[in-house]
Design a binder for this molecule. Structure first.
Ligand code: ACO
Length: 326
């Protein structure tokens, strides 16, 4: 099997910033509550004219530049999002057109906040099987359009943004060493956006019940998150014959500082080896892993030869981890 890795990364966040103090004026909450329960201080919110594909294209252009790849060289575009521009066409097709990636196939992957890990796994399989050489994988979200801005339980948590990576073959011993994907549909109701499609088509009733917004049981998701973050990290390390001390850096899904800290503690991993940016971006769902990965690379926190784990959990319920040697 051909070894597959990441050639370049890129990110984009909308200009507008919404702070906790801004939220105090919108719902019954406080900066203190949000900071102590979630670690979040601010988040970026898309402008009215910006949708998921617009953010994706900006992040993709930076990743392509960093990888030294042109639109024409891309064989496949996979977009992971829970807030696509529309149900169809796929957001990946809108991105394909905007990038002039004339030879690329394009499709979307949806797996809640784990979407980027799923998309990365898809992309790497195409390359390993020699069905594609250069794959663009993007996580992009404009969840600000899907949250109920009157529901303090959810509206303080999410932010908008995008991150992208260009994947391709790498030398033997580098790139993706192990992947673990998980799902438990019995937990689906814990985190959902129920209406607007075939189960509950849009109607006056679904609108009145606010079923077109995100619904979440935060406490249950929290418990699940800590457990699967630790377990899936261990599983990918074991699959590659490694122990936690050999893990150089962890890029966790950015939902809540307390979840990240609890998972790191269970793993016995010091926080110096974990990237945390949820304080600045909130939970950007499928975009959070590539946003964090790009920042950690830019900050020089990941060195050649390092073992890095990307790990996420989310709606579905889903979870997943990828172990890479950089
Ligand atoms: N401001 C003030 N009070 C609030 C707010 C708020 N923004 N939100 C909730 N509260 C109140 C609740 O109403 C509750 O009050 P009550 O006790 O009178 O009922 C109280 O605060 C405590 O609520 P808890 O649910 O116990 O708070 P908890 O410590 O669990 O924190 C949180 C809540 C932050 C949501 C946490 O559970 C969490 O982060 N869960 C994980 C959520 C998550 O990661 N979701 C994304 C998954 S990824 C995806 O696929 C989208």
């Amino acid at each position: 099997i051909l070894p597959v890795g990441i050639w370049g990364t890129g990110i984009y966040v909308p200009e507008r910033v919404l702070t906790n103090v801004d939220l105090e004026r919108m719902v019954d909450t406080s900066d203190e509550w949000i900071r102590t329960r979630t670690g979040i201080r601010k988040r970026h919110i898309a402008a009215d004219h910006e949708a998921a594909s617009d953010l994706a294209v900006r992040a993709a252009r930076q990743a392509m530049e960093n990888a030294g790849v042109t639109g024409e060289e891309i064989d496949l575009i996979i977009v992971s999002t829970n807030s696509p521009d529309m149900l169809f066409p796929a957001t990946a097709c809108l991105v394909q057109h905007a990038l002039g990636a004339k030879k690329a196939g394009a499709f979307d992957v949806q797996a809640g906040c784990t979407g980027f890990i799923y998309a990365l796994a898809c992309g790497s399989q195409f390359i390993a099987a020699r069905a594609a050489r250069t794959v663009l994988v993007i996580g992009t979200e404009v969840l600000s359009r899907l949250v109920n801005w009157q529901d303090r339980n959810t509206c303080v948590l999410f932010g908008d943004g995008a991150g992208a990576v260009v994947m391709g073959p790498v030398p033997e011993g580098y790139g993706i060493l192990a992947t673990r994907l998980g799902a438990d549909g019995s937990g689906g109701p814990l985190l959902s956006l129920p209406a607007g499609l075939s189960r509950y088509p849009a109607s006056e009733e679904t609108l009145a019940k606010k079923q077109h917004f995100i619904h979440m049981n935060g406490r249950e998701v929290f418990k699940f998150a800590v457990k699967v973050m630790e377990e899936s990290c261990q599983e990918v390390l074991q699959a590659a014959g490694l122990d936690t001390p050999e893990l150089d850096f962890l890029i966790p899904h950015q939902a809540n500082t307390r979840i990240i800290e609890a998972a790191a503690k269970r793993l016995g991993l010091p926080l110096e080896r974990v990237w945390i940016n949820v304080d600045r971006y909130g939970n950007t769902s499928a975009a959070s892993i590539p946003l964090a990965l790009h920042e950690a690379l830019e900050a020089g926190r990941i060195q050649d030869g390092d073992h890095v784990v990307l790990v996420a959990f989310g709606a579905g319920l889903t979870w997943g981890a990828t172990l890479l040697r950089w």
